[in-house]
Design a protein around this ligand. Structure first.
Ligand code: NAI
Length: 252
């Protein structure tokens, strides 16, 4: 027996990084997993990795900026596996590295549309499906940059702060109906998203590592295990929480 033998989980942005690790962790605990992403090749690879490890998963290509596609994702989870219990709204992009006043309107909107509006679009379809089975758990992937500022990342920081506000509000709205809504706030984690931010350069990487008292980046599995815990019975009294997993970054 594993802890999620009857449960079904959707993970967005699951072709890579934290999302892939989370999909694999749900499957290792027995959940049937709907892997979704804009990147079909990576998504199919995540499914293959889960199946090789003895788990059950399907891939549904989904762009979280497309409301119809997100609706179809949730419909597929329910039609394929009969229910939806858990959702990790994780799809995200880093965005341009520029001071606030140098950003174009399109650059601002793009990051907010994926990182904040994408989470809301996902929730608006996931919540009704969870209410159909008398409850569920949503875990939104925020960031320490949902709690503190960071130079040259205004739309990212603003979107992640917005994710925490959305998380707390939905937690209040749906608590009595059995839907818990939480967020995870990782410190910097070693994924392709960091390369996008210039951390392929060893000096820049050491600079970021040293911001964490543990003096290293996080590992994707250290974030996935927090998501899985928030979905477990052990977290049954936890809702509206922004769980920081950051090697001490925000404790300084
Ligand atoms: P990643 O780049 O490895 O994975 C992000 C995934 O999201 C990719 O597979 C990408 O194809 C997908 N994606 C991008 N736009 C999408 C869209 N419009 N629709 C559907 N999927 C889309 O990055 P990582 O690091 O695993 O990021 C996952 C989440 O964790 C993001 O929300 C990110 O902001 C957050 N995060 C990451 C941290 C880090 O240091 N890597 C720190 C804190 C939070």
């Amino acid at each position: 027996m594993t802890q999620f033998d009857t449960e079904v989980a959707v993970v967005t942005g699951a072709s890579s990084g934290i999302g892939r690790a989370t999909a694999e962790a749900f499957a290792a605990d027995g959940a049937r997993v709907v892997v979704s992403d804009v990147n079909a090749e990576g998504g199919e690879e995540t499914v293959a990795r889960i199946e090789e490890a003895g788990g059950t998963a399907i891939f549904v290509e989904t762009d979280v900026t497309d409301d119809d596609a997100v609706a179809a994702l949730v419909d597929t989870a329910v039609s394929e596996y009969g229910r939806l219990d858990f959702a990790c709204n994780n799809a995200g992009i880093g965005g341009p590295q520029k001071p606030t006043a140098d950003l174009s309107v399109d650059e601002w909107h793009r990051v907010v549309d994926v990182n904040l509006n994408g989470v809301w679009r996902s929730m608006r379809h996931e919540i009704p499906a969870m209410l159909d089975v008398d409850g569920g758990v949503i875990v939104n992937m925020a960031s320490i940059l949902g709690k503190v500022g960071f130079a040259n990342a205004a739309p990212y920081v603003a979107a992640k702060h917005g994710v925490l506000g959305l998380t707390k509000t939905a937690a209040i709205e749906y608590a009595e109906q059995g839907v818990r809504v939480n967020a995870v706030c990782p410190g910097f984690v070693d994924t392709p998203l960091l390369g996008e931010g210039g951390l392929d350069d060893p000096e820049a990487r050491q600079g970021i590592e040293s911001l964490h008292p543990v003096n290293r980046l996080g590992d994707v599995d250290e974030i996935a295990s927090a998501v899985v815990w928030l979905c477990s019975d052990g977290a049954s009294f936890t809702t509206g929480e922004a769980l920081t997993v950051d090697g001490g970054y925000t404790s300084r």
